[in-house]
Design a protein around this ligand. Structure first.
Ligand code: B3K
Ligand code: ZN
Length: 881
């Protein structure tokens, strides 16, 4: 396969002004008539028209009215080229495709008898021949024709301008999008669906129509998506002065979808998982996900659609920025400082769980990659979440107002354009009169920087010095890295836990400031605080001010001090994570040394008491307490080890949970009862936090439950008034190893008709450390299982390979064979989903030799297949390289 390089970018030879699409929709045989007007691009010297096309059959091609014959163009499996074309061209292209055969879910496909499209990144070329690249922006008019009884609803981007009946029971609808857009934002839906709709008044007084389209029977699950949409519109008006630019905005839910959702102009298409919710079927986490994704796709309308990417290497321009915007939106919706901190802690957990490992593994790439084989492999936590961290750092460096000025300038300069990450950086710099040249390295250099801190206190001179240095390990194609521009927010705590007022030598900070952002730009720098009356405890990297690993030799006492007093909730949580991690690593080593046994392990009372103090401190939000009590995950622990022993990690962590559960039993039971949320379910953050804490208490009590604790879980399961409590009880039971057969059965029967709940049913079993690969295979034989539906495949297979490390890494390697078998099977159906599964082996070189050898065999087994997609091939060959 061919590698595509960022440095090879050239502007398109031809620009497209208008696109008129006509669809005669039929599941087996859809005819697409495409009339495009092109003109030579003055910025290009080339004269050839190059159109992309994949898996479609060319029926007829006309240029400026003339029928073209086979000698007039070159056609291969990927492109159609017309050599030396005239300067102004009208092309009329007729093609055929078979949506019902399209299992890739890219392009035009059928899901549960309805038509949907997914065009990002390169799906439009699976619908018609077109210069399918984001820097070609055009105005679209779309005519849809389909059988009226089967597809009563016909939707596309923009405004509905005409509709009516045709012969033979068919009907039509004509849509026009007033805005220029790249092809990846095209969408159509032809379906039997119903909608919740509402007229909404924008800040400027304009009325717009909002619709959420779902299958009949799901109208009782659309309220939260609609509410989230309205909140998103308001928020973007208030925070960024960005208004909805269309008269109508539609969200459509589809059960077969490769990702979360898609921001097609005016016609967002969503995975049902991020639309459908009612208290019976959805958990607090589902509700939060809906709010975030509805916000995310809506915010793309400006960051992505009005201003788009010049090429796919710039993907983070829209994704990093839009993730940052949805993060800020979710935080603002909670509205409290701790609530904001809780969302921030969740972001840090995601980075450590998924992005740091990616940045250190074979698929490591900069936020703006330099090359790729298959762009779909680069919709990653690095491009999205690390990209969002990079955007957040502008705000940390420039302040909220400075960031807003930068955003305003960005839109002023680039509305209607396809631009680069550098253009965003320039807008931030120019709007604030700052030089952000060095900041560019966050886009160009891969890998997670490590910041090391040392401190010294001079009691006589009353100086406290923080010496910061930075390094970043080599990654593919990048041996030596240059220093990053790193904002490091710092505070100093006095002996009684209070924040000391800070005076930074040479700094210009407000008098009395208790948090100061240090700018680390060199390999090593000394920062001196003056007038420091006592040796302080430093709180470094407050609010996780940069996506780095911070090394500092904290003593246990210092960490305990921070854990009970730091005014920065993120660092307060972090101190607890450090206390836990130190112990987890020691315990893991002891388990390994004892041949896997936990017989002689001990957990010190200091740590248990610190946990007790947080658990019972009712001045703290329940949501924060829950996060403070969750131990680092097995994956995060594994990332700290040179040689990973998944079983030892699991045993050590379980020992720690069991010990905490036993030692704090009384407090856990008391908090379990104190944090009930009686009355009608509400997904608000306060109630969700209480449920999270209560259910964490339950899970601790259920590590080694007695009869009374088992009963507690059973009762919760039976009486639960919402899915959060019901599923938490069932998960606790499954993880405890107690006999759960009847409960699982009962749950399944209650929710058999709810696909998203059946997904949960598979997922909770797949992720339980009591479920081995044989049990997973058995679950695959269940009539409700299918590989063809991505949500279902993910629920069982991915939850096993990614969320059940002690079983996935079973010593006999049987789960690796299972992995290989399913990467291959999925690849024949849906390469994008298969490539995601392929990534489960990313970290194979870090395991003990015996496991490594078996993982390598499994990778080689996949690599040896003759017919692999580029998607899977790229992942596997990078893993083996
Ligand atoms: N922009 C889409 C991603 C589609 C990727 C297809 N492989 C979703 C989002 O980030 O909003
Ligand atoms: Zn996005």
């Amino acid at each position: 396969p061919q590698t595509i390089f960022r440095k090879d970018y050239t502007p398109p030879a031809f620009l497209v002004d208008t696109v008129e699409l006509g669809f005669d929709l039929h599941p087996e045989r859809t005819i697409v008539a495409n009339r495009i007007t092109l003109r030579q691009n003055p910025a290009s010297k080339r004269r050839d028209i190059v159109l992309h096309g994949e898996d479609i059959e060319l029926v007829q091609l006309r240029m400026n009215g003339q029928l073209l014959g086979k000698d007039d163009y070159l056609l291969d499996h990927a492109t159609l080229t017309i050599k030396k074309a005239p300067a102004q061209v009208v092309l009329e292209i007729e093609t055929l495709c078979a949506p019902v055969q399209n299992t890739t879910l890219s392009g035009l496909y059928v899901s549960n008898g309805n038509f949907f499209t997914q065009c990002e990144a390169e799906g439009f070329r699976r619908i018609t021949f077109f210069p399918d690249r984001p820097d070609v922006m055009a105005k679209y008019t779309v005519m849809l024709r389909a059988d009226k009884a089967s597809y009563p609803v016909l939707l596309s981007n923009g405004n509905l301008i005409e509709q009516g009946d045709l012969d033979d029971g068919r009907h039509y609808a004509k849509w026009e999008d007033p805005f220029k857009k790249p092809s990846y934002l095209f969408a159509l839906v032809a379906a039997r669906l119903v909608c919740q709709e509402e007229t909404f008044t924008l800040a400027d007084g304009r009325d717009v129509l909002l619709q959420v389209w779902v299958e009949e029977g799901n109208l009782d699950k659309t309220d939260y998506a609609m509410q989230s949409l309205k909140n998103s519109i308001r928020w973007d008006e208030e925070r960024f002065n960005l208004e909805l630019d269309l008269d109508r905005f539609m969200i459509v839910a589809v059960g077969d979808f490769n990702m979360g959702a898609m921001e097609n102009k005016g016609l967002n298409i969503f995975n049902t998982k991020f639309v459908l919710a009612n208290p019976r079927t959805a958990t607090d986490i589902d509700y939060a996900g809906i709010e975030a994704v509805v916000g995310h796709e809506y915010f793309h309308n400006w960051t992505g659609n009005r201003v788009t990417c010049r090429d796919w290497f710039q993907l983070s321009l829209k994704e990093g920025l839009t993730v940052f915007r949805d993060q800020e939106f979710s935080a603002d919706m909670i509205g409290t400082d701790t609530g904001r901190a809780v969302t921030r802690i969740d972001q840090v957990r995601t980075l450590r769980q998924a992005q740091f490992p990616e940045d250190a593994g074979p698929m490591s790439h900069p936020v703006r990659p330099d090359s790729f084989v298959e762009i779909n492999n680069f919709y990653t936590v690095t491009v999205y979440e690390k990209g969002a961290e990079v955007v957040r750092m502008y705000q940390t460096l420039l302040g909220r107002d400075g960031f807003r000025k930068g955003m305003d300038l960005y839109f002023k300069r680039h509305d209607g354009q396809a631009v680069e990450c550098d253009d965003f950086r320039a807008a931030m710099a120019d709007a604030n009169g700052r030089d952000l040249g060095q900041f560019e390295r966050w886009y160009s250099q891969a890998g997670t920087p490590v910041v090391t801190a040392r401190t010294r206190y001079d009691a006589v001179k009353r100086n406290f010095d923080i010496i910061l240095s930075q390094r970043c390990a080599p990654s593919a194609g990048q041996q030596d890295k240059l220093p990053f521009h790193i904002p490091v927010a710092v505070g100093l705590l006095g002996a009684s836990g209070q924040d000391l007022p800070l005076t930074l030598e040479g700094g210009k900070h407000a008098k009395g400031a208790t948090t100061i952002v240090l700018e680390l730009t060199e390999q090593e720098q000394i920062f001196r605080f003056r007038n420091v009356d006592e040796r302080p405890t430093p709180s470094i990297l407050r609010d996780f001010s940069a996506p780095v690993v911070l090394e500092y030799d904290y003593t246990d006492d210092e960490l305990l001090h921070l854990f009970s007093h730091d005014s920065d909730p993120v660092n307060r949580w972090e101190a607890g994570q450090r206390l836990a991690m130190e112990r987890l690593l020691k315990l893991t080593a002891q388990v390994a040394a004892a041949g896997g046994s936990d017989a002689n392990l001990k957990l010190d009372p200091t740590f248990i008491n610190a946990q007790r103090a947080v658990l019972t401190d009712e001045t703290l939000d329940a949501a924060f307490r829950e996060l403070a009590l969750i131990l680092p995950s097995e994956t995060i622990i594994a990332e700290q080890m040179d040689v990973v022993d998944p079983q030892a990690i699991h045993t050590a962590r379980q020992f720690m949970r069991r010990t905490i559960g036993a030692a704090l039993k009384e407090e856990l039971i008391a908090q379990y009862h104190a944090n009930q949320t009686p009355g009608d379910y509400s997904p608000d953050a306060l109630s969700a936090g209480k449920r999270a804490l209560k259910n964490l208490c339950l899970s601790y009590l259920m590590v080694a439950p007695d009869m009374a604790e088992l009963k507690l879980a059973q009762q919760q399961f039976e009486k639960a008034g919402n899915m959060t409590d019901r599923s938490a009880a069932l998960v606790a039971m499954i993880h405890s190893g107690a006999a759960t057969g009847p409960y699982l059965q009962n749950f399944y029967e209650d929710f058999e008709g709810e696909a998203l709940v059946v997904d949960k049913w598979f997922a909770m079993q797949a992720a339980a450390p009591t479920t081995n690969v044989a049990a997973v295979r058995q679950l695959m034989a269940h009539p409700a299982f299918t590989l063809k539906n991505p949500n279902r495949a993910r629920s069982l297979i991915f939850n096993f390979t990614n969320a059940n490390p002690s079983q996935f890494h079973a010593a006999d390697g049987s789960a690796y064979d299972f992995w290989a078998e399913h990467v291959i099977k999925l690849d024949a159906i849906n390469p994008q989903v298969a490539a995601r599964l392929a990534r489960a082996m990313d970290r194979w070189r870090r395991y003990a030799p015996a496991l490594q050898a078996k993982m390598k065999q499994a990778l080689e087994k996949v690599a040896a297949r003759a017919k692999l997609s580029n998607d899977v091939l790229e992942v596997i060959s990078k893993a083996l390289a």
